[in-house]
Design a protein around this ligand. Structure first.
Ligand code: MN
Length: 754
């Protein structure tokens, strides 16, 4: 996928470079000792070398150097065998040269051909710009999971080498490749247990995306390197001695945290480099002895170490009793080392180390004798295969779903524009708001989660699409802290509250005292209690600050103080308004000359003005009103029941008793009213319900039967039951209501049970 050009001919240096690189691969082959292994690899190399002859990469190196390096990664870093090495050497042949897949099949057999086929199909289309192409590509790549996981592993090796040599790519491609790497390939490598590769992919990607920060951290790490090495040595000596005394065969090595993970820690904890304390780690890989289980030996080593150094109890990570979902097993502990520095110690058996470093391949190698049944990784692979076999999902949806399946402790939600935001599990819409920007969080008043208006406290699920509704007059409130989980949200809220609250509490207190003074009342705790109950507040500061903000109207103070307190935490209105006309859904079943109805003409639904009695009934399942499309059904007692044609009951009747269905048509209704239900929701504010009821009562042709509203975390939701003469009146009203500030949606509810 790297660009290349045909040159006249390779120079002598080129040829010797090729020879040298191939020799490095060949001399260090890992587990390729079966008869025929080396022959196969040689044959693949010669074939690829011939096919890529005279081709160069952007870096100026002969092209074949790239497949050789990919083959080395495949073998030495992932641990795959000779067939995969051969496939890695051949991986760009079909795509980039004249060689046809058929030729590979003839020369190397169907197995290697199918690997190359998979690799060719998924190869990059990096010059194409649309998202869905990338996604489709990625899907194709995963499609091969169901055939052969090795294709993915070779692809990851390919990506790793491209990242290692990304410098020679044009700038605009760098960003794209680096972005894709951290978005998909690193999590994928992680999921497949390729821990070292995942770390390197992240580091390389970070380096290209944030070169300045990368360099800065790298410089600081380097600066401390000597000192840290000495520290690790000093730290290790007593451990080495103790393990030797106990006849444990082991390897110990010191390691530094990766630059990317240092940066992530600085970000998530909001701390400078100097405060990232677990920069140092020591890894102990032991050879299991026969007399104890691997697990018991891990704990034996643990106890030997904690005899020397004091452990930090909350930093013990036991992945031996419960391996990570990608198969990772180890025991991690953090202890206090020399000079008061925390040092992480990782304890692994050789097998665990192999699985951790080489991931998937090693996992399968050991699986046979480990008697592991249906572990997490297998479940995940099964899940991926199921996702892939669903032809309905489009590439982008698939990509999202796939990406989500890579994480378990995080959720992924989307902005309205489709940008991905990672949040911890359990995060609320408010966390999302602050994640986007502190200003958005500070001005948030509500959210639309999957287009539905929801309070800021709503817990988000992976895949939700979230839009934050903001208002310039909105301000963070104290109870937000109850559902703000991320550090960013909590800090944002606290900062804003600190600035705000002192002023307005003071102001509110003064206002209240002045008003009480006017009324000749001395402020006392009973009065405060009454006010708290009335306004459903929990403490004085809140009351003062609301008064200070003008959210509580002091003109009603006298009235409020006279009132008995209400206990409910919910605001709740229920009005019953009588005196409305309503005849058409009456109880009477008037006889109807069903047999004499002329079915060729629509039956007219007349208003009952001539005292001939009700001639029809409104079906309660769908509640049609004049103006709605309707059909009639002649029931057993010869009454006409009026349904909407889309009503499920009507649909059933039409198909089963079609002969009883008649055409009906509304006439003008001026007196009779019909019940309709409207649902409204929006952001609560003072005076809102009043405005709503005002609009309804000034609408001459509409009568309120019932209003039912509840308010929860600043979002109100409710239903209005109304009597109307015609859909026109109803639509009018809906239009007017939806113009009210704060109302997010007004909808007629067509189906309801009274
Ligand atoms: Mn390649």
């Amino acid at each position: 996928m790297m660009g290349k050009t045909k040159s006249d001919i390779f120079t002598a240096e080129d040829l010797s470079q090729i020879e040298g690189e191939y020799k490095l691969l060949r001399d260090n082959l890992y587990r390729c000792d079966n008869p025929g292994d080396r022959e196969l690899i040689d044959k693949a190399f010669n074939f690829a070398n011939e096919a890529h002859r005279d081709m160069y990469r952007n870096s100026g190196e002969p092209y074949i150097i790239h497949p050789i390096h990919v083959a080395r990664i495949v073998n030495q870093e992932i641990g795959l065998g000779s067939r995969s090495v051969a496939a890695a050497l051949l991986h760009d042949v079909v795509e980039d040269t004249d060689v046809a897949l058929e030729e590979i099949r003839r020369e190397f057999g169907p197995k290697i051909a199918s690997l190359i086929d998979g690799l060719t199909k998924i190869s990059g289309t990096y010059n194409k710009e649309t998202n869905s192409l990338q996604a489709e590509n990625f899907r194709k790549m995963l499609m091969t999971l169901s055939d052969d996981i090795r294709v993915i592993l070779i692809k990851i090796a390919d990506r790793l080498h491209n990242m290692r040599t990304l410098d020679s790519m044009p700038e605009y491609k760098k960003m794209k490749v680096a972005g894709e790497t951290v978005y998909l390939y690193a999590p994928l490598a992680h999921r497949l247990g390729l821990f070292a590769i995942k770390t390197e992919l992240e580091d390389l990607s970070f380096k290209f995306r944030h070169p300045r920060i990368y360099d800065e951290i790298a410089r600081k790490v380097k600066m401390d390197e000597k000192k840290n090495l000495a520290l690790i040595n000093r730290f290790s000596l007593p451990i080495i001695e103790e393990l030797n005394n106990n006849d444990i065969i082991f390897d110990i090595s010191g390691r530094f945290k990766s630059i990317y993970s240092i940066w992530k820690k600085m970000q998530s904890k909001n701390i400078p480099f100097e405060e990232v304390y677990d920069l140092l780690a020591v890894r102990i890989v032991f050879e299991p002895g026969p007399e104890m289980s691997e697990r018991a030996q891990c704990w034996q080593i643990y106890s030997l170490i904690t005899d020397i150094y004091t452990p930090k109890p909350d930093r013990l990570r036991d992945w031996i009793s419960r391996p990570k979902s990608n198969g990772y097993e180890a025991l991690h502990l953090t202890v206090m080392g020399p000079e008061g520095r925390w040092v992480e110690v990782q304890i692994r058996s050789q097998r665990m180390d192999d699985v951790a470093e080489r991931g998937f391949a090693a996992h399968w190698k050991y699986k046979g004798d480990m008697l592991q049944t249906d572990n997490e990784l297998d479940k995940w692979l099964k899940h991926i295969r199921e996702m892939l076999s669903n032809p309905m999902s489009d590439p982008l949806t698939f990509l999202d779903e796939f990406k989500m399946s890579l994480f378990s402790s995080e959720i992924m939600v989307f902005t309205p524009k489709g940008l991905l935001v990672n949040l911890p599990k359990g995060a609320s819409a408010l966390d999302f708001a602050y994640e986007i920007h502190t200003d958005i969080g500070n001005k948030a008043i509500g959210a639309k989660v999957n287009y539905k208006l929801s309070p800021l406290s709503t817990t988000l699920q992976s895949g939700d699409q979230v839009e934050i509704i903001t208002s310039n007059i909105a301000k963070p409130e104290k109870d937000w802290l109850e559902y703000a989980h991320t550090a960013k949200a909590r800090n944002g809220i606290k900062d804003a509250l600190r600035d705000e609250s002192t002023d307005r509490i003071q102001k509110g207190r003064e206002l209240l005292e002045a008003k009480l003074g006017e009324l000749g009342i001395m402020p006392n705790s009973d009065i405060i209690k009454k006010l708290l109950e009335y306004h459903e507040l929990l403490n004085k500061d809140e009351l003062y600050s609301r008064i200070g903000l003008g959210l509580i109207n002091l003109d009603e103070l006298r009235k409020v103080l006279r009132k008995a307190p209400e206990g409910s935490l919910k605001k709740y209105w229920k009005l019953a308004i009588g005196g409305v006309t309503r005849k058409s859904s009456g109880e009477k079943e008037s006889p109807l000359p069903g047999g004499t109805i002329d079915k060729s003409l629509p039956y007219l639904l007349r208003e009952d003005v001539d005292n001939t009695g009700d001639s029809y009934r409104i079906a309660e399942c769908c509640n049609p009103i004049p103006g709605d499309e309707v059909v009639g059904y002649i029931d057993r007692s010869n009454a006409i029941i009026v349904h909407k044609p889309k009503c499920p009951t009507a649909v059933k009747l039409m198909s089963s008793e079609g002969n009883r269905i008649i055409q009906v048509r509304w006439t003008i209704h001026k007196i009779a009213s019909f019940l309709a239900r409207v649902s409204i929701n929006g952001i609560d504010r003072i005076g809102l319900i009043n405005e709503v009821t005002n609009i309804i009562s000034t609408e001459l042709n509409v009568n309120i039967r019932n209003i039912n509203v509840s308010v929860y975390d600043g979002i109100f939701e409710g239903t209005l039951d109304l009597y109307v003469h015609h859909t026109r009146d109803l639509n009018n009203l809906i239009m007017q209501l939806s113009n009210v500030r704060g109302i997010a949606s007004v909808k007629r509810i067509e189906e309801f049970i009274e």
